[in-house]
Design a protein around this ligand. Structure first.
Ligand code: X2X
Length: 333
């Protein structure tokens, strides 16, 4: 969907109204996310709209705005806007919320998780509720957790096989914690909006970036502008679907239940297609001409050790109560 459809005045109107009345008298919720319209984030958001319309008998529907267009391209600002009721719904990843809620960095601590079972024990279990409580205080009701995924590194300079290979590379990163991780590896990190990254890679403004294969690298064709990928799995990033407390608290219990069920089903679907895309991803990327390096466990350990200072620094920012709860659930997974 393009902004021109509304014209300038029309878009201002959409931004001003909390809940717009859409076609056939349905209340239309505006949902913002910060990737393109080919990603699994977008598919999950569209699925939420379909399920919500279905479950509420057409009382509610959803208009999905990709590329953070409702926050002027600023992917970090979406959560804050939902928090104060300026947007109805957000689908975004944990790292984008760390300026508002630093504790959200817990999910993405370098090498916290080794596999999906460990991930699910936290995002689909009690540890995530600790974050939900904090987000509620910031005006965001989290309805369900989905998946951006394990973030893999790509670049145009050389294959990355050890921490030393990262030295001096100009790396685009999304958020503050990744700046510290890249610094620990001796790279030159630069914070940049995702919406500007593909052009920056193409023009050589930066050498590389890191993102998950199934959710982002394949659907957004990162392989067109990057030569090398290493499956270093250094950081996991969940997404979530959250609605503004202002909207949520005004809904009756039945509608809340329908909306939560729609979100849970939509994010379960989103997680499934993301994992499928990731599982088939390495083969596909090779076919597209990328050179893929898959580190051994021993090589992964070298990356883990090199990024430990950033883990320690951010574990302190997150706080021991939350970190312990995550580590405990991971041990029992
Ligand atoms: O900006 C990114 O790298 C992305 C799309 O993964 C996030 O939103 C964190």
């Amino acid at each position: 969907m393009s902004m021109s459809r509304f014209g300038t005045a029309g878009l201002a109107g959409v931004l001003a109204a909390s809940v717009a009345v859409g076609a056939a008298g349905a209340d239309t919720l505006r949902l913002s996310h910060n990737t393109g319209d080919t990603t699994t984030w977008h598919k999950g958001a569209e699925k939420f709209g379909e399920l919500l319309a279905d479950k509420t008998g057409g009382d509610y529907d959803v208009r999905v705005f990709p590329n953070a267009q409702l926050s002027g391209g600023d992917q970090m600002r979406q959560a804050e806007m939902v928090g104060r009721g300026a947007l109805d719904v957000v689908v975004t990843s944990a790292i984008n919320v760390t300026p508002l809620v630093p504790e959200m960095a817990v999910f993405s601590l370098p090498y916290l998780y080794s596999n999906y079972d460990e991930v699910d024990a936290t995002t689909q279990g009690e540890p995530a509720e600790l974050l939900e409580d904090i987000l509620r205080d910031k005006g965001i009701e989290v309805l369900a957790w989905g998946e951006n995924g394990f973030r893999e590194v790509t670049n145009n300079v050389r294959p990355i096989t050890s921490p030393e290979d990262m030295q001096g590379l100009n790396m685009r990163v999304a958020g503050p914690m990744y700046i510290d991780v890249m610094n620990a590896l001796g790279a030159n990190p630069q914070q940049m909006q995702w919406g500007e990254t593909l052009t920056a890679l193409q023009q050589g403004v930066v050498d590389g970036q890191e993102n998950p294969i199934g959710a982002v690298i394949i659907p957004q064709q990162v392989y067109e502008v990057q030569d090398y990928l290493t499956t270093w799995h250094y950081s996991y990033d969940p997404i979530f679907l959250g609605v503004s407390e202002e909207l949520w608290s005004g809904l009756d219990a039945e509608t809340q239940e329908q909306m939560r069920a729609a979100a849970e089903e939509a994010m379960a679907y989103q997680r499934e297609i993301t994992r499928e895309g990731t599982a088939e991803g390495v083969g596909f990327l090779r076919e597209q001409g990328m050179e893929i390096y898959e580190p051994s466990d021993e090589e992964l350990n070298a990356f883990r050790e090199a990024t430990q200072p950033a883990f320690d620094e951010w574990a302190e920012k997150v706080g021991p109560e939350i970190v312990d709860s995550f580590q405990q659930a991971i041990e029992n997974a």
